[in-house]
Write a new protein. Structure first.
Length: 209
C-alpha cells in the first residue's frame, strides 16, 4: 500500500469523520455504526474536553469500546493459537490487544479533521454484516469496509478492510510469525513493550510490533 494509506493513518479515519456524507435509508446496522461515529465527533468537538485531555481520551475509549468486539478480534488474530491458550491467558491477551488498539489510534482520532464519509452499501448474511463506506478526501476516495457480528443483540465491529487490506489479517500474520519463530511468551512481551512505547508516545509506527 502507498505510505499515505498506512494503517496508522487510516484507522484514525474510521471513527472521526468531520463531514456529513450520504447514507442509504432503512438500515439499523448502519444507523448504529453511524451513531458511534457521531458520538466520537461530539467528544472531539467539545471545547471543554479539549482542556481535559485525560477525560477526553477516556470518553473516546468508552465509546469506541462499545462498538468493538475485542474477543472476536483476538480469536481471529491468534487463530489456531487461541485454542492453545487457557482462560487466564486469553483474558490477559484480550486486555493487551485492547490497549494496543486504543493507544495506537486514539491520539490520531483526536487530531483528525476535514474528511467526509459516505455509507454506500450494506450486506447481511445471518449474524454477519458488512457496511461499506467511502472516505472522501481532497486527494481521492478511500474504501473502508466494516465487518460486523451480531453479539447479544448488538452489531459490533470485528475487522476493518481498508483498500482491500484486513486489519485482523495483518495482525494474524505478525502474531503467527512471532509465535512460530519465537514463542507465545515472546509475543506477549512484545505487545507489552509496544504498548509502553505508545503510552509514552515514543513510537509512531502503529502497524508493526
Amino acid at each position: 500500500m502507498n505510505r499515505k494509506y498506512t494503517w496508522a493513518y487510516l484507522l484514525m479515519a474510521v471513527f472521526l469523520l468531520l463531514g456529513s456524507g450520504q447514507a442509504f435509508a432503512g438500515s439499523q446496522i448502519t444507523t448504529d455504526l453511524k451513531g458511534t461515529i457521531d458520538q466520537v465527533l461530539v467528544i472531539v468537538s467539545d471545547k471543554n474536553l479539549k482542556n481535559d485531555p485525560v477525560l477526553r481520551r477516556e470518553k473516546l475509549r468508552q465509546v469506541i469500546g462499545l462498538r468493538f468486539n475485542y474477543k472476536q478480534m483476538v480469536m481471529r488474530s491468534l487463530a489456531k493459537n487461541y485454542d492453545d491458550r487457557n482462560d487466564k491467558e486469553r483474558e490477559v491477551f484480550t486486555e493487551l490487544f485492547k490497549k494496543l488498539l486504543e493507544n495506537s489510534y486514539a491520539s490520531k482520532i483526536e487530531n483528525y479533521q476535514d474528511e467526509t464519509i459516505n455509507y454506500v452499501d450494506e450486506q447481511v448474511k445471518g449474524n454477519y454484516a458488512m457496511v461499506k463506506t467511502q472516505i472522501v478526501r481532497k486527494d481521492g476516495v478511500i474504501d473502508v469496509d466494516y465487518k460486523m457480528l451480531k453479539d447479544d443483540g448488538q452489531w459490533l465491529v470485528y475487522d476493518f478492510v481498508i483498500e482491500g487490506v484486513s486489519l485482523i489479517r495483518n495482525y494474524r500474520s505478525q502474531f503467527s510469525k512471532i509465535i512460530s519463530t519465537e514463542s507465545y511468551a515472546a509475543l506477549v512481551s512484545k505487545l507489552i513493550k509496544k504498548i509502553d512505547k505508545l503510552e509514552a508516545r515514543q513510537d509512531t509506527d502503529t502497524e508493526n510490533l
